[in-house]
Write a protein that binds this ligand. Structure first.
Ligand SMILES: NC(=O)c1ccc[n+]([C@@H]2O[C@H](COP(=O)([O-])OP(=O)(O)OC[C@H]3O[C@@H](n4cnc5c(N)ncnc54)[C@H](OP(=O)(O)O)[C@@H]3O)[C@@H](O)[C@H]2O)c1
Length: 272
């Protein structure tokens, strides 16, 4: 049996869809009522470890979609509870959706690295999918205003962005062939790095790129009603892109997909 956690989230939904033809797929989510009727669903909430003991019973391969929205201690507690329970339930293999190595400057990298270390020290088999940043995320961060201005503080930096659907396809593929990918760490970054000027051009001649400073973006995010942990996430992501830490491309994605990755500009525009 394969379980996909976070099945109501964007990545989890796409991954579960890729596995829909398999009768042995079970979806894990905090709120089963949000998922389509007819699919096998279990309530899984990493913040409520009591849901995990029964929830992971009989699971052979667990696609553990990171539950990364929160302070480090919150996320570490979630992932720790999930892996403790997976081991107790006898799960054979965990496919973890991590963060690209070039993301080590990002404010949310620490919880991913903690989880990777926990997996390596644990008793299940594992595959670590070090996901690059989503093209859709970049598209949302750098969405044009009503006046057609993109102001995200990306400077001249670019991101080796990845379409979320490609990452889901890889997760579903690895989950179905765990033995072939056991103990492997994949760097799933894109093959094309894109930035604010590229996005403006892709939107059309009515859109301009006029990057703010990080300070302006921080003030704007803080005033927007974001949770306290969200502002450093947002600003840190833009800062790492602007400083050129996230523009390195790679070939693992193509190798695992068996084809060229989706166009990141198209995915970014769909996410804006
Ligand atoms: N690579 C990137 O660019 C990037 C960008 C943003 C986030 N991420 C990371 O990748 C993950 C998946 O991204 P996404 O786009 O699918 O995000 P999303 O649509 O916002 O979904 C958030 C996910 O977190 C899960 N979750 C939250 N709290 C949980 C808990 N207590 N127990 C179990 N699951 C919990 C949700 O599961 P349910 O709602 O189904 O319970 C859902 O799958 C995120 O959670 C984050 O860690 C990566």
């Amino acid at each position: 049996m394969i379980m996909v956690t976070g099945a109501a989230g964007a990545l989890g939904t796409l991954t579960a869809d890729r596995l829909a033809a398999r009768a042995d797929t079970v979806l894990g989510t905090r709120d089963p009522g949000r998922l389509q009727a007819g699919r096998a669903v279990r309530r899984i909430d990493f913040d409520e470890p009591a849901t995990l003991a029964d929830g992971f019973a009989g699971v052979e391969v667990l696609v553990l979609v990171s539950a990364g929205y929160g302070e480090d201690d919150t996320v570490i507690a979630r992932h720790g509870a999930a892996l403790d329970a997976a081991e107790r339930a006898g799960v054979g293999h965990v496919v973890y959706t991590s963060l690209t190595a070039d993301g080590d400057h990002l404010p949310y990298a620490l919880a991913h690295r903690w989880t990777e270390r926990r997996l390596r020290c644990g008793s299940t088999g594992w595959t670590i999918l070090r996901n690059g940043l989503y093209a859709e995320l970049l598209g949302a961060l750098a969405a044009p205003s009503a006046e057609g201005r993109i102001t995200a503080p990306l400077g001249d930096g670019r991101l080796a962005a990845v379409a979320r659907a490609d990452l889901a396809e890889v997760a579903a593929h690895v989950a179905q062939h765990p033995g072939a990918h056991a103990g492997r760490v994949y760097e799933l970054v894109g093959e094309q790095a894109i930035g604010g000027a590229d996005l403006a051009r892709a939107h059309g001649p009515h859109v301009t790129y006029e990057p703010q400073t990080l300070a302006q973006a921080r003030a704007h995010a803080a005033a927007s009603g974001a949770e306290p942990f969200q502002t450093p996430m947002l600003v840190g992501t833009c800062s790492a892109i602007a400083a050129g830490f996230l523009d390195r491309t790679g070939g693992d994605l193509r190798r695992l997909l068996g084809r060229a990755p989706r166009c990141p500009l198209t995915a970014a525009l769909a996410g804006s």
